[in-house]
Ligand binder design. Structure first.
Ligand code: GDP
Length: 359
């Protein structure tokens, strides 16, 4: 799937850069263009991507801190400049736009939903958000911001592919230490999904194409991506169980959103050398996925890849009922309700009637 990426905020910029690097290293060419947008000049300087600084009048290049309302406001005000910077990058080849952002911060959290709205007004191709959910150990401001942002992007974008910062880091490792590992994992998995839909030339009809990714996400709402791989045997018939077990692991232990199993639609992509793929294994894995997700809409396809391993990518969409999400929304709500109130003007206490005058 030919895609253009727009990273918003610090996490969005770093992730966009990783994804563009992975696509170039693998020679996939699925990523047609990339741009990083931020209100913090310093965060843009560390990137080699093309960048655009927004909100200069209001925050002078210093960022919005954790104020996602300010993030939304400056994205709205500077939308014409961002649209201009994107013009020409979004060619007729592009099949989807991905806004990439950490949902717990300020610029990305507030900016992503606003940008999705502006892009959808102008472009006919789907606008997806690749959003990063803060891990459980991250502070309450992150949780509250992410809750409001997630609710809004789910409404504004065509679909939200959600990555839980708790999903892919080792135990004992802090979220920050784990960032580069998580970013690498995201770049690889999303990179493979985008590339999977590209490998259509001169191959059989079992090969997955971009329209299957788009159709899987068509119902909108929240999606997750799972991945697992294992050593393959040169003999395809011996790979029946390899295929069923990588599909299983991709959904149950390798998902970007742990425990997101019940789904409205799903796509199973099996990657590997075509002559090593057991057709029976692929069919069996697909039936298993239907049972497990409870979805009647499970698509499937191969991704021919020069590798001695076999990998499964499982894209599930319509996973709003996942326990992790329910727990997250609850935590976000509590964090939002208990946020520090803006301090009242002390002078007002002399004028209001909260305390009666003595006489
Ligand atoms: P912004 O620049 O104001 O949009 O804020 P950030 O992008 O720093 O957003 C903060 C959220 O993103 C927090 O939940 C962080 O844990 C997360 N985050 C920041 N940097 C990274 C990163 O490199 N990778 C990942 N996966 N998450 C990040």
């Amino acid at each position: 799937m030919k895609a253009v990426l727009i990273g918003v905020g610090q996490a969005g910029g770093k992730l966009t850069q990783r994804m563009a690097e992975f696509d170039a290293k693998m020679g996939f060419n699925a990523i047609q263009g990339a741009l990083a947008v931020n209100s913090a000049r310093a965060d843009l300087q560390s990137l080699t991507l093309d960048t655009i600084l927004i909100g200069q009048e209001r925050v002078k290049g210093h960022g919005v801190g954790g104020d996602n309302e300010m993030g939304a406001k400056i994205m709205d005000e500077d939308a014409p400049e961002v649209m201009d910077a994107l013009d020409g990058r979004i060619t007729s080849e592009a099949e989807a736009l991905f806004i990439v952002a950490g949902l717990g911060g300020g610029t990305g959290s507030g900016g992503a939903p606003v940008l999705a709205r502006h892009l959808k007004r102008i472009y006919d191709i789907p606008v997806y958000v690749l959003g990063v959910l803060p891990g459980r150990s991250e502070g309450s401001l992150y949780q509250a911001n992410a809750g409001r942002s997630l609710k809004t992007v789910a409404r504004e974008a065509d679909a939200v592919l959600l990555i839980d910062n708790d999903a892919w880091h080792a135990t004992g490792e802090s979220v920050e230490e784990g960032f580069s590992k998580i970013n690498e994992n995201i770049a690889q998995r999303v990179g493979l999904l985008l590339a999977a839909g590209e490998a259509t030339e001169g191959v059989g009809e079992s090969v997955v194409d971009s329209s299957e990714v788009i159709n899987t996400l068509r119902g909108g709402g929240i999606a997750a991506l799972g991945y697992a791989s294992a050593e393959a045997s040169p003999d395809a018939s011996e790979n029946l169980t390899v295929i069923t077990s990588v599909a299983r692991n991709a959904l149950l232990t390798g998902s970007s959103l742990p425990n997101a199993v019940e789904a409205e639609a799903a796509l199973l992509v099996i990657a590997g050398k075509p002559d090593r793929l057991s057709r029976k294994g692929v069919e069996k894995a697909r039936r298993w996925l239907e049972d497990e997700t409870g979805s009647m809409q499970v698509r499937g396809g191969d991704f021919p890849l020069e590798s001695d391993r076999i990998a499964a990518l499982v894209l599930v969409s319509g996973v709003e009922r996942s326990p992790r999400l329910a727990e997250f929304m609850e935590r976000a709500k509590t964090a939002h309700e208990s946020r520090p109130q803006k301090r009242a003007d002390p002078a007002a206490a002399f004028k209001n009637d909260e305390l009666d005058d003595l006489f």
